[in-house]
Write a protein that binds this ligand. Sequence first.
Ligand SMILES: [Zn+2]
Ligand SMILES: [Zn+2]
Length: 266
Amino acid sequence: MTATLVDSHCHLHMLEPGTDHPEPYLDMAARQGVGHFLTVSVDLDSFPGLLKLAENYPQVSTSVGVHPCGKHLRMVSPAQLAAMADHPKVLAIGETGLDYLCIAGPEDHEWQHQRFRDQIRAARLAEKPLIIHSRQAPEDTARILREEGADSVGGIIHCFTENWKSACAFMDLGFHISLSGILTFQGAGKLRKVAKRLPRESLLVETDCPYLAPAPYRGRQNQPAFVREVAACLAEVRGEALEGVAEYTTDNFYRLFPAARHFQAL
Ligand SMILES: [Zn+2]
Ligand SMILES: [Zn+2]
């Protein structure tokens, strides 16, 4: 395996056993050709630890943001969040977005929407792309992105599971579509049909580890090395070579985050 892959969305700090020293995972991934890891923030309290990982390992970068399922998590103003992102290894704001599976009722829409809007504003202030988590809320996600002018920063719809129409709405706003291990699941026929049609220049691959281990590792802890299985599945679905998928998904990542190409040399 010589192809270079990027895991565009992982949570290194959630891997067990504890990952103050994630070398075993990074090494296993390197043996599968994975050359870069974007470890994504879900809350502000763990952000300093993520930043430390990104500073310690040239092949790791990070983001800063608050997950839409974290109603009780600490949040700051858009300006303060933008200031936290003012570091070369903080590539993006997020993960933020909407998740209608983790709200108790309609009254919860309001705080999710407001927090999402605040993080889009932070991304615009910081002039950095967004990492979007959207579950069972494709229309509202696209509408709020549009209303807040998120097309000026772009970003990634991570762990994409929606239909073709939603994919088009996100791509029209300049967002990339990132596919996870869900693509390999038995019941994911519809998603595979969408994945087959998506334009090359919009595609990324991710693990979202420690969640969502792809086949044949379902039920186990997911890890960055398994992004190769996601890319292999995508290649099969599209009738392309794994090497080709690895090449264009990696090129897409570095086009979105040009600075990341040079981290190895820092
Ligand atoms: Zn997510
Ligand atoms: Zn995530």
